[in-house]
Design a protein around this ligand. Sequence first.
Ligand SMILES: C/C(=C\Cc1cc(O)c2ccccc2c1O)CCC[C@H](C)CCC[C@H](C)CCCC(C)C
Ligand SMILES: C[S@@+](CC[C@H](N)C(=O)[O-])C[C@H]1O[C@@H](n2cnc3c(N)ncnc32)[C@H](O)[C@@H]1O
Length: 253
Amino acid sequence: MASPRLSLPCLHNSSVKRRPVRSVDDRQALFSRIAPVYDNLNDLLSLGQHRIWKRMAVSWSGAKKGDSVLDLCCGSGDLAFLLSEKVGTNGKVTGLDFSKEQLSIASSRQYMRLKACYKNIEWVEGDALDLPFSDCYFDAITMGYGLRNVYDKRQAMHEIFRVLKPGSRASILDFNKSTQPYTTLFQEWMIDNVVVPVAMAYGLEEEYEYLKSSIREFLTGEELEKLALEAGFSNAKHYEISGGLMGNLVARR
Ligand SMILES: C/C(=C\Cc1cc(O)c2ccccc2c1O)CCC[C@H](C)CCC[C@H](C)CCCC(C)C
Ligand SMILES: C[S@@+](CC[C@H](N)C(=O)[O-])C[C@H]1O[C@@H](n2cnc3c(N)ncnc32)[C@H](O)[C@@H]1O
């Protein structure tokens, strides 16, 4: 399906510098603005590879038939749909996000798809930093490209730990903040010279420029493992994928 060409007014004026995407409201607004083209641009810009990375994240979560699982920062629902197929009609998937627009896309995709299991998905508007769920509630949790975007990563990790059942796993997929200079160089070159120019066609260059700064401000794999252990997880392992461009943290409570 061709991505909708947005007729956004060109707000980008070189003399007008937008403030960086810093506040929670800024981030919420950013993901709501990109919601209409988010899925199509991910497919285009990763040459469809992101679907493989998401399948790996769901597999690492250990979700199985009949489980009750959470997709945190679910966005348009890619991982929630994969979890739905894993847990089946007797299982339950909760997709949580703070962007109404992203959840609206997820909900419409749910009704456009005919798989019976997708009826097991519930979409919840909420904050990853203050989850509306009881302690030890979920059998598995996924978080795809969310941790890098939350304002307080330590608080998010604590909430993930709190609502996960003992012995269960959290699988957290995101860009990798590489310690290899050439990997960082390639990652940033791709963002500057491919990702942002393509996003410019939709008037979203500033939104996609945010990717670079958000990766620079993210945690390395080793730091993510430490964050998980400090939150109380019994073990944590960060796997680099796609040549170190992406990474997936697997933490067991
Ligand atoms: C699914 C992907 C990114 C999701 C995503 C996460 C964010 O935090 C964003 C913030 C602001 C705007 C958009 C996003 C966003 O889309 C990963 C794939 C899509 C990427 C946009 C493309 C990244 C390209 C790689 C740096 C190089 C890929 C090389 C090769 C084709 C595998
Ligand atoms: C890059 S998207 C990832 C969407 C989806 N998980 C995927 O893999 O495509 C990041 C999502 O995190 C959401 N988000 C960011 N901070 C959040 C928070 N504090 N609470 C809930 N959702 C949040 C955004 O609204 C956005 O939908």
